[in-house]
Ligand binder design. Structure first.
Ligand SMILES: NC(=O)c1ccc[n+]([C@@H]2O[C@H](COP(=O)([O-])OP(=O)(O)OC[C@H]3O[C@@H](n4cnc5c(N)ncnc54)[C@H](O)[C@@H]3O)[C@@H](O)[C@H]2O)c1
Length: 364
């Protein structure tokens, strides 16, 4: 029987379960060990899945030193993504790192450098990339049907959706809403146009809901953003207007929109993080007439009965395993997502400094 792909899990909190379940469902994968800085947590995690023979450690260096691994899932909180990913890459192990890629832009550059030096894969865990309609919309934009895309805006947002735990602790998450769901919006908007290089960012971030005990029970300790908005100038005369919220008094921050010289696409009220149906529109002119077309989702409708969410997580994990097996490129490469991180970093700096900032890409 062919050798199984040996996987380790670094950080055994909430999202680690959404990695472990698909790994365990694949016959060609063996979960070979795990670690967490909270003593005993990794052991408990593995035992929950009856992985009694897989060793557990209190830090990633011991896991990487003592267990032969092909790949790891880095499922730690945001501010330790870089140190754990770099340690794994330096140990010669492929990395699937959870989103956002890192906290700072420099950390993201160091991760890419480590991946290139070790010639090991660094892929980032943006599972909505595997959503069927996301892929179809991306494909229409990539086909050139819109002409030159000169304006992009993100939409959606949560009315009440401040999460608990490490997401709202700046020391662990770095960002609040921006790092939790904002990075998804950036990817949704910019992947299809191949991430033009961001040049400047002017941003505002607020915390009116997290800081208000009427809306959030732990208001005293809330120390991250719950809303942010930004104007991003990008190479090639393309403008990106970003907005995202964990909480607000509205049902949406609007539509996701790509405006091109030959057409436009609108996702009404933005891509929905729960993958429930949105309305997708395509606009163009034919023979001097304005044509507005509904893009019909053409998959079986019951695909939405909870399956799509499950599938995108499984697809993300399968994509990583397949890339390890084929020696193929990273499905969502660090070299691409560093531009996502550059925008997050720019939004963070601009909102703190209360002025526009330049984005200077570090060497990577
Ligand atoms: N893709 C998704 O849909 C999705 C969903 C939720 C969370 N996430 C991402 O997953 C990451 C973790 O989120 P979570 O909800 O699981 O958080 P969590 O706090 O529940 O789990 C993180 C775990 O990492 C451990 N950890 C931290 N630093 C470590 C280190 N240096 N070495 C080993 N272990 C370490 C912590 O002790 C903790 O147990 C975040 O980056 C978050 O953005 C992604």
């Amino acid at each position: 029987m062919a050798k199984k792909i040996r996987i380790g899990v670094i950080g055994t909190g909430g999202i680690a379960h959404a990695h472990l379940n698909p790994y365990l469902s694949f016959e060609d994968v063996e979960v070979a060990g795990a670690c967490d800085i909270v003593p005993g947590k990794a052991r408990e995690f593995l035992d929950q899945y009856n992985l009694k023979n897989a060793p557990a450690f209190d830090n990633c260096r011991d896991l990487l030193k003592n267990v032969e691994l092909d790949g790891v899932s880095v499922c730690t909180y945001n501010t330790t993504h870089a140190e754990c990913s770099i340690a794994a890459l330096e140990a010669g192990v492929h990395v699937l790192c959870e989103k956002p890629m890192s906290f700072t832009l420099q950390e993201a550059a160091d991760m890419v450098k480590a991946s290139r030096k070790a010639k090991k894969m660094l892929t980032i865990g943006f599972q909505p990339r595997y959503d069927y309609m996301r892929r179809k919309i991306d494909g229409i934009i990539e086909s050139g049907a819109l002409g030159k895309v000169y304006y992009i805006q993100s939409g959606g947002g949560r009315r009440r959706g401040i999460p608990e735990g490490t997401f709202v602790d700046a020391a662990k998450a770095g960002y609040g809403c921006l790092g939790d769901i904002g990075c998804y919006s950036i990817d949704e908007c910019l992947h299809a146009v191949h991430y033009p290089k961001p040049l400047t960012v002017s941003a505002i971030a607020t915390d009116y809901f997290g800081k208000n005990p009427k809306y959030w029970p732990h208001a005293d300790s809330f120390n991250v953003d719950d809303f942010s908005v930004a104007l991003v100038r990008m190479e090639g005369d393309c403008t990106f207007v970003f907005k995202q919220s964990w909480a607000m008094h509205a049902d949406s921050l609007g539509d996701t929109l790509w405006l091109g010289t030959e057409g436009a696409i609108k996702v009404v009220q933005g891509f929905n993080e729960h993958h429930t149906p949105s309305r997708y529109m395509y606009y163009t002119d034919v023979n001097g007439m304005h044509i507005d077309s509904v893009i019909e989702p053409s998959y079986p409708f019951n695909a939405y009965a909870g399956m799509v969410v499950k599938d995108v997580f499984a697809a993300k994990i399968r994509g990583f395993v397949d890339a390890i097996k084929s020696g193929g490129p990273a499905p969502i490469p660090g070299e691409e997502i560093i531009y996502n991180q550059a925008i997050c970093d720019g939004i963070y700096r601009s909102s703190k400094l209360k002025k526009e900032v330049e984005i200077v890409m570090p060497a990577f």
